[in-house]
Design a protein around this ligand. Structure first.
Ligand code: AFD
Ligand code: MN
Ligand code: MN
Length: 410
């Protein structure tokens, strides 16, 4: 019997003895849906250098081919977010059909409001009305693309901000954003949603117009019920309690989605769960607790947003998806009844130990069993690396185009 089957039997016995509904847990794990970013498969880097990698995707077609590998081996990454104009094509219906031929769906559409030369002083918040119009028209173009490919999510990240005290009026910028977002929101047909992403700094270095979850939820609440907040794990000051933000957004019915990644110091696109796996688990712990109450009406887009600069792209994306699977599996085996009882009685140690017990559970045999039942190999990364796909694309993809972030020939 394969090693994982031996371990799984022992784990299943232990969890069942504790009253865990193993079939329900496995059903939830099979239904997990992690969207990967097209830009995560292309070359990326920093303002200092883009280290071009052999085999990196150069076109949207190649990005989809790579994304299809992640879904093929994990079974839970069926959609790919697009970034416009990096993924601009002449025929989006044809691109959608190509994605379907790879067993993929096209996911969130990401406008690019940070690389046009006109955006130096901002896009939707720019003091120049003609530049705000240009940025808004680009967002409206993304709404049309979303309609064509059947996407229900516009994923909006604004780089807007100021880099000098006195540069602009904070309230004027807030009002410009309110007004431009009103027009964008009005153009989005039901049930399309606007996922408003925040980031505490970069590329602006003094103030950011959507700098924290408070500024994002304020804009969302003004717009309407289909305007939500997008939580990017790399976008918080060090030490921020992200799981608490997630809990509050769930409670306000404004948690639209995630951009999963990890950071050590700032927004530096590290593999999801690679720096702080406990934080990722605690976030999933809030998600599982929130989903237990239908009144929360949770409809969350679980998206990865990373392009690891120095790792082979497909392998590192599989790592991130697997880390999300493991965090979710651990969160699903938290003894909720024992936790509630310990919390109610103020038994701090018992409450913490209940959460920790789930976090300390080696869920890899459980995920191996789930993959086996899905007809997949028990270890997605090993299966992918044994497939020879990476060697194949390294041989085929000679000559590199602009990087996934559209770096100009760095
Ligand atoms: C950068 C930004 C932000 C955005 C992503 C894709 O910090 O996270 O969502 O690019 O545009 O990471
Ligand atoms: Mn992001
Ligand atoms: Mn980011």
């Amino acid at each position: 019997m394969a090693d994982w089957k031996v371990s799984y039997k022992a784990l299943a016995d232990r969890l069942s003895a504790r009253g865990v509904d193993l079939e329900a847990v496995k059903k939830a794990l099979k239904a997990q849906w992690i969207e990967t970013p097209s830009w995560g498969y292309a070359d990326s880097g920093t303002r200092f250098k883009v280290f071009r990698q052999a085999g990196a995707a150069r076109t949207t077609v190649e990005k989809l081919q790579d994304a299809a590998q992640v879904h093929k081996y994990t079974g839970v990454a069926p959609s790919v977010a697009l970034h416009i104009p990096w993924d601009k094509v002449d025929d989006y219906a044809a691109l959608n059909n190509y994605a379907k031929s790879l067993n993929l769906k096209l996911g969130a559409i990401n406008p690019n409001l940070f690389q046009d030369n006109n955006y130096m002083l901002g896009s939707l918040c720019n003091p120049d009305a003609t530049i705000r119009r240009q940025a808004l028209d680009h967002c409206l173009e993304c709404v049309e693309i979303a309609k064509t490919v059947g996407s229900n999510n516009i994923s909006l990240w604004l780089a807007d901000g100021t880099s000098s005290p006195g540069q602009d009026d904070f309230r004027d910028r807030k009002h410009r954003l309110q007004d431009t977002l009103q027009e964008l929101y009005a153009a989005m047909p039901e049930p399309m949603r606007l996922l408003i992403e925040y980031k505490f700094f970069e590329p602006a270095f003094y103030s950011t117009d959507l700098g924290d979850w408070g500024s994002a939820i304020l804009q969302a609440q003004r717009l309407g019920p289909r305007a939500m907040v997008l939580v990017d794990l790399g976008h918080h000051p060090l030490g921020t309690n992200i799981e608490q933000i997630v809990a509050f957004l769930i409670d306000e019915k404004r948690l639209g989605g995630f951009h999963f990644n990890n950071k050590k110091f700032a927004d530096d696109d590290l593999t999801t769960g690679s720096i702080n796996p406990y934080e990722l688990f605690l976030i999933y712990n809030e998600l599982v607790a929130g989903a237990a109450d239908p009144a929360n009406e949770m409809d969350v887009a679980y998206m990865i947003d990373e392009s690891i600069n120095i790792k082979p792209k497909v392998a590192s994306m599989i790592q991130s998806v697997v880390n999300c699977q493991e965090a979710y599996a651990r969160a699903l085996v938290v003894d909720r009844a024992a936790l509630k009882e310990a919390q109610a009685s103020g038994n701090v140690v018992k409450a913490e130990e209940t959460v920790l017990d789930a976090y300390r559970t080696d869920v890899r045999p459980l995920l191996a069993a789930v993959r086996d039942e899905m007809g997949l190999a028990p270890d997605p990364l090993a299966a992918y690396e044994a497939s020879g796909y990476y060697q194949k694309v390294c041989a085929e993809r000679k000559g590199s185009a602009a990087g996934g972030y559209g770096f100009d020939g760095q």
